[in-house]
Design a protein around this ligand. Structure first.
Ligand SMILES: *[C@@H]1O[C@H](CO)[C@@H](O)[C@H](O)[C@H]1NC(C)=O
Ligand SMILES: *[C@@H]1O[C@H](CO)[C@@H](O)[C@H](O)[C@H]1NC(C)=O
Ligand SMILES: *[C@@H]1O[C@H](CO)[C@@H](O)[C@H](O)[C@H]1NC(C)=O
Ligand SMILES: *[C@@H]1O[C@H](CO)[C@@H](O)[C@H](O)[C@H]1NC(C)=O
Length: 879
């Protein structure tokens, strides 16, 4: 069997190959993601052979990232506390750096492997949390809306109850789309994906607009996102809000002629590898990823996407949609009643997502909706005695109780589908600009509104206001595209020589005295010029703070123009003792502000005698547009480790090869999420009369606090490394060698492909066997502390987890620790005959199980479950 010529071309061009994901068996295998550096001197095959793992597939759309596995070690990992594969890598790195054997072939082999394995991380399953539960049914109906139904010839029986489309009681409070429908703006040609718990594509309301090609089930590893669990209705409901067809079933979607895909990730624990693949799935055709989930909204969690998922999001905004960027829409979270804030969720406080909070049908702020400086807009959802009417899972089903920020986000995703129909050329940042510029200032008397330096109004509760589809799309029609993005990473400020190493060991810093501690840094014109920076958009601020009770700590940023962003306010329930080990906050409040001058950060707490902490330092990054479009664009790359505060540290200073082994793998239970949206969310009492963070802030001046000024250090990081490299004559020779070797091995590659082309998995094209041991991955055991527990908010498990457990894979290969598929890149015909379908996990039909609806299993002793994603952010949740 031969691959079509075009596919070979695609492989050769290092193009991403659209691959489906193989079934996993976490009880039989340990899984890892390996990032291979193809120019570092060892082929992928060499690396996998040395590590004793086999390649399964590429990680979603991430080039040179490979999903690999090894047969599980006999003893459970949590007993041994050492991961054999990670240990193998450490040994290789130790050999590579050992002075004694520097000349031996073993050492040089080890060196090549160590530098070619850029990153290796065990994959563990964890559960994402939906942001809408099955709430109690409320039956407050609305009178029919004769005009609209007549004009648009709407026969959908429940349309009259869709007040978010036409609101007769409170006419101003709706998404304002009907005028656009009259102009035939209906989302035609635009595809949105619901990253959720499935999508009932058999529903007559969704079938006409279902987009199967861009759909996938990452929980059960099948093509169609069929809802399987009894409570898998969330994704279907969200999809209905966007693209329910204009027919005689239920209601209509905001973009009722757009297409929707389903990416199923919430119906069971999921590893980063699959979440990353889902967020880039079919990302050339799919424009919008609607995400109504995240870390628990319990007022205690502080957690975000880890390295791989961040990389997928960055990959999405850089390469998705033909380079215009995928639009990620995230619900702000439903933890408002427990003082949760969207700045403690790394998805919603990402600059790459549009964060959407909720307002109710009367226009008030429902108490479940989370506030924070990263909120961009609000949209209509449940509260004040009403909820959202949308398609439900099942035959001709409709639901009137959908709500939470879960329902606010798809309303905005639907509006974006309308926008992209009119202006498909808008970049992900153009979409954000249009939100900032056109959102309506709802409840203008609300004290939470503050005037920003650019003269706009911003509120932690409403962001820049409520999305008005008509206004947004009208402004979009003649919107001039923004210039490319750039960023200025200001040098990290070490307060009183404060520092923190990869193991979160802190030294120096200033005690957080009563009244708080402040520190300043100054943005100069030279810094802006050096980075070709013109206009400010987002600001991210990383902080290093130790504290015996994290929830007491408040962090605010004050601009040179006196505009104050509360980055983190008090959280009464958060008693974590980990402080903020390099946590990154985000604010959109300084959009379009002139950043020149002195910025002040103020860290304070409630000054309880028995709880205390130390402010170690902070690092601010300005994100915005370039000044001169003719200059090369500075491309953001996700740092592997960015939690270290040390002299000279910037984002890119710590290339680490080894990510430390998770020290505590838990076998904890995780459940089908209930979530933190209160059951009575539709009855939520709205408000428009109090600031989001009433007790916060204060006068930054006049504090007893010591003021540590910025101690800028030269950027000796990644860019400096690169320029050293280019200046090295050896570099040229190596590069030339690489080209020659690539040509030769490409020839060999084609020849071998012609001999046998059986595998379906995607591999690297040949050409990575170039000796280049001089370019090393720095190495050492640097890396963030990867301990993390899974969400402890839930006490039960889902059927789906068992499904994952029971997913049977063909076990192949002799024993753990040896290379199971040595030389698979060689495509050796002789070995191919022995293993008919190598490297392809296939389900064993005999183990296919039928889900028992509503059944809850206890599997507290099952291996492979329960350990975290390895990011330190959630370490607090272990206690
Ligand atoms: C809603 O859309 C109409 C056009 O259909 C427009 O005139 C109006 O300004 C928009 N906004 C509001 C709040 O009504
Ligand atoms: C989606 O994209 C692929 C290429 O990435 C293309 O071949 C395919 O036709 C597209 N499908 C649709 C429906 O646009
Ligand atoms: C910080 O460290 C440097 C050198 O290690 C020392 O000279 C300086 O006095 C220290 N500063 C403070 C405030 O301790
Ligand atoms: C996973 O692999 C183990 C060991 O090979 C096997 O006993 C188990 O049945 C497999 N599970 C599934 C669902 O295939």
């Amino acid at each position: 069997m031969r691959l079509p010529f075009t596919l070979i071309l695609a492989l050769l061009a290092f193009d991403s190959v659209f691959a489906t994901s193989a079934k996993r068996n976490y009880s039989a295998y340990d899984y890892y993601v390996l990032e291979h550096n193809p120019i570092a001197g060892a082929s992928l095959a060499d690396c996998t052979r040395a590590l004793g793992v086999e390649v399964i597939e590429q990680v979603g759309e991430l080039r040179n990232h490979w999903f690999v596995r090894a047969a599980k070690a006999l003893e459970p990992l949590d007993k041994r506390r050492v991961d054999p594969i990670m240990q193998t890598l450490e040994e290789i790195q130790a050999r590579a750096h050992s002075a004694h054997s520097a000349r031996s072939t073993d050492a040089s082999h080890a060196k090549r492997i160590a530098s070619a394995v850029k990153y290796l991380e065990p994959q563990t399953l964890r559960q994402r949390v939906k942001r809408a539960p099955p709430p109690p049914v409320s039956d407050s109906g609305f009178p029919t809306i004769a005009e609209v139904t007549q004009k648009m010839q709407i026969t959908d029986p429940e349309f009259p109850r869709q007040w978010h489309l036409v609101n007769e009681k409170h006419p101003k409070n709706m998404m304002n789309v009907t005028g656009l429908w009259e102009m035939r703006v209906t989302g035609k040609g635009v595809i949105a994906a619901l990253v959720d718990d499935g999508l009932d594509y058999t529903s007559e309301d969704l079938a006409p607009n279902f987009y199967a090609y861009g759909s996938h089930d990452f929980n059960d590893h099948t093509d169609l996102p069929t809802p399987m669990l009894y409570n898998d209705h969330h994704g279907t409901r969200c999809a209905g809000q966007i693209a329910a067809a204009k027919n005689d079933v239920c209601g209509v979607g905001i973009a009722y002629e757009s297409k929707v895909a389903g990416l199923r990730i919430l119906s069971g624990p999921i590893a980063d590898v699959d979440e990353a693949a889902a967020l880039n799935y079919d990302f050339q055709n799919t424009s919008i990823y609607s995400c109504s989930w995240g870390p628990p909204d319990n007022g205690r969690a502080m957690e975000g996407p880890n390295y791989l998922i961040k990389k997928a999001m960055v990959n999405g905004i850089q390469h998705g949609r033909g380079g215009k960027g995928s639009i990620f829409v995230f619900a702000s979270g439903n933890g408002g009643r427990t003082d949760d804030q969207c700045n403690f969720d790394g998805y919603t406080n990402s600059i790459f997502s549009v964060t959407v909070a909720a307002v109710d049908h009367t226009g008030l702020h429902p108490d479940y909706s989370e506030a924070c400086a990263a909120n961009m807009v609000v949209a209509y959802s449940s509260g004040g005695g009403n909820a959202i009417t949308t398609t439900d899972r099942g035959v001709n089903k409709c639901v009137h109780t959908h709500g939470g920020t879960s329902a606010a986000a798809p309303n905005v995703a639907g509006v974006f589908a309308l926008l992209l129909q009119v202006r498909p050329d808008l970049s992900w940042r153009d979409v954000q600009h249009l939100c900032v510029k056109t959102a309506l200032k709802i409840n203008p008397e609300d004290p939470d509104w503050e005037t920003t330096a650019s003269g706009n109004l911003f509120s932690y509760k409403y962001g820049y206001g409520v999305v008005d589809a008509y206004k947004l799309i009208e402004a979009g029609r003649d919107w001039q595209l923004v210039k490319p993005q750039t960023f200025v990473e200001l040098p990290a400020v070490q307060v009183n020589n404060g520092s923190m190493d990869v193991f979160q060991k802190a030294s120096g810093g200033l005690p957080i005295v009563s009244g708080g501690v402040t520190s300043t840094t100054t943005v100069t014109q030279a810094q802006l010029d050096n980075n070709n920076f013109e206009k400010l958009e987002h600001i991210t601020v990383k902080v290093w703070i130790t504290h015996t009770r994290r929830g007491d700590v408040e962090v605010e940023l004050i601009s040179p123009n006196g505009v104050r962003s509360i980055l983190g306010a008090r959280r009464y329930g958060d008693d974590a003792t980990t402080g903020y080990p390099g946590w990154r906050f985000m604010t959109v409040k300084h959009w379009d502000e002139n950043p020149l001058g002195t910025w002040t950060i103020r860290v304070s707490d409630q000054a309880k005698e028995d709880q205390s902490g130390v402010f170690l330092g902070w690092a601010m990054t300005l994100w915005g547009s370039v000044n001169d479009v003719s200059k090369p664009v500075k491309v953001y790359d996700v740092p592997q480790v960015d939690t270290v505060l040390a002299p000279g540290s910037t984002e890119h200073t710590y290339p680490s090869t080894i990510i430390p082994i998770p020290t505590a793998t838990s076998t904890k239970q995780h459940t089908k999420p209930t979530d933190h949206l209160p059951d009575d969310h539709d009855q939520s009492q709205g408000d428009a009369s109090k600031p989001a963070f009433p007790g916060s802030g204060g006068n930054p001046a006049g504090d007893a606090a010591a003021s540590a000024s910025s101690t800028p250090t030269p950027d000796e990081g990644w860019f400096a490394d690169l320029s050293n490299l280019v200046g090295n004559p050896l570099w040229f020779i190596i590069a030339f060698g690489a080209v020659v070797a690539f040509a030769i091995s490409a020839g060999v590659y084609f020849w071998r492909r012609r001999v046998r082309m059986r595998q379906h998995y995607t591999t690297l094209p040949a050409g990575d066997d170039v000796a280049m041991s001089s370019i090393g991955g720095g190495g050492g055991a640097a890396g963030g502390q990867r301990t993390r527990e899974l969400y402890d908010a839930f006490g039960e498990v889902s059927d789906d987890e068992e499904m994952d457990e029971d997913t049977r894979l063909h076990a192949r290969g002799p024993s753990p620790g040896v290379n199971l598929h040595a030389g698979f890149l060689d495509d050796d015909p002789s070995t191919a005959g022995v293993t008919p379908a190598p490297y392809r996990d296939e389900p064993d039909a005999s183990s296919e199980r039928v889900h028992e609806q509503g059944h809850v299993h206890d599997r507290s002793d099952s291996p492979g479950s329960g350990s975290g994603d390895g990011s330190w952010e959630h370490a607090s949740e272990t206690r």
